[in-house]
Design a protein around this ligand. Structure first.
Ligand code: NAP
Ligand code: FER
Length: 334
């Protein structure tokens, strides 16, 4: 019997900040799974910053979404029926933004249910954002014990894990920036950062210098723009910058903020390295082991902001771009 379900399509390419009218809810019917296929009921789906890039008609590392077609992205669901996996199996896949998905078995990754580990963690701390933090901090920025680390977007999915990993691996001082006084309290009091500031409170270079009077050795950049310029100004010699994202420019319609002080990188022998999580699949087993153990023991705290229902997925996405999440933004579908 066909499955009646709903999915969100891109209706128009956003100009600047996305709006609800750039998306459309569509009801559709999925046929029964054929050979090598599984029908999945999605339990949780992810909204992530990189999806803003997929709404543009510009070639990038992730192909653009097409207008009139369903959006895509990480989701965890349970197999309802099909070929090759028993009903009830939990799977991670890339067909989010919909309540059900018909997928080839090769398109899903089985997730072992672990007591105390909700399915949504595989979209955050134990999933793509967590692996991003792990690869970027340990393998791109090459964190050393005793380093002073600065991470922007510190109250977010990636940034909150970066700061906690830095502390667990022996950083001397961990500093974060975030967009509100409440988030500053969250990263210091709940996540255990040594210091944090609200980047709205003044020139970022001054706020950072006050939080890091002895300079910084590692900058994990989630934001770009003025944050990156301030970090370059504050780096110690042989400092390492992991260029993870530049969310301050994702909705920009004009020229992005111009970083003017790259010349400092020469004398200070800085390295600035861009990276993509997808190039670091080889780290997944050690990441799953090490970070999985820290999450289960509570040494890494996992925080989520969630909304209920596909009807609220677009506002969750727009809200995430505007800082309405603390920790990972999740959409619950059941
Ligand atoms: P997130 O931090 O959970 O959510 C996005 C946050 O960005 C918002 O909560 C908001 O927090 C902040 N933000 C929005 N506009 C800003 C601005 N103009 N200036 C400063 N902060 C701003 O998102 P995430 O999933 O962890 O992603 C964080 C970054 O990592 C993004 O740049 C993303 O593209 C990047 N990323 C890269 C890779 C990779 O492979 N390279 C993989 C995953 C993610 P505030 O309230 O603090 O403003
Ligand atoms: C990926 C590579 C990069 C991916 C996400 C990203 C979901 C995110 C990049 C960004 O936010 O800048 O394969 O898969």
């Amino acid at each position: 019997m066909p499955t009646r379900t709903r999915e969100i399509h891109l209706a128009a390419r956003p100009h600047g900040e996305p709006t609800e009218s750039d998306f459309r809810m569509v009801t559709t019917e999925l046929p029964d799974p054929g050979p090598g296929e599984v029908l999945v009921r999605n339990l949780v789906m992810s909204v992530d910053p990189y999806m803003r890039g997929r709404m543009n008609d510009r070639p990038s590392y992730a192909p653009p979404w097409q207008v009139g077609e369903p959006a895509r992205g990480g989701a965890v669901g349970e197999v309802l029926a099909g070929d090759g996996l028993p009903a009830g199996t939990l799977v991670l896949h890339d067909a989010g933004w919909r309540e059900h998905a018909l997928l080839r078995v090769g398109e899903v990754r089985q997730v072992e249910p672990v007591a105390g580990v909700p399915a949504s963690y595989y979209l955050g701390a134990l999933g793509m954002p967590g692996l991003t933090a792990y690869a970027g901090l340990f393998h791109i920025a090459r964190l050393q014990p005793g380093d002073t680390v600065f991470v922007s977007g510190a109250a977010g999915a990636v940034g909150g894990i970066v700061g906690q990993l830095a502390r667990l691996r022996g950083a001397k001082r961990v500093i974060g920036s975030a967009g509100s006084a409440e988030k500053v309290r969250f990263v210091t009091e709940t996540l255990g950062f040594d210091a944090a500031f609200d980047y709205h409170d003044g020139p970022i270079a001054e706020l950072l210098k006050a939080a890091a009077p002895e300079g910084i050795d590692v900058y994990f950049d989630n934001v770009g723009g003025e944050h990156l310029e301030a970090a370059i100004a504050t780096m110690n010699v042989h400092g390492r910058i992991a260029l993870c994202g530049s969310i301050s420019g994702y909705n920009a319609t004009g020229r992005p903020y111009g970083v003017t002080n790259l010349g400092l990188a020469v004398g200070r022998r800085l390295s600035l390295t861009g990276f993509l999580v997808s190039d670091h699949e080889n780290l997944r087993p050690e990441f799953a082991r090490e970070v999985g153990a820290w999450v289960r023991s509570g040494e890494i705290k996992v925080t989520e902001t969630s909304v209920d229902g596909l009807d609220n997925a677009v506002s969750a996405f727009i809200g995430m771009l505007n800082g309405r999440n603390t920790g990972k933004m999740i959409v619950r579908l059941t």
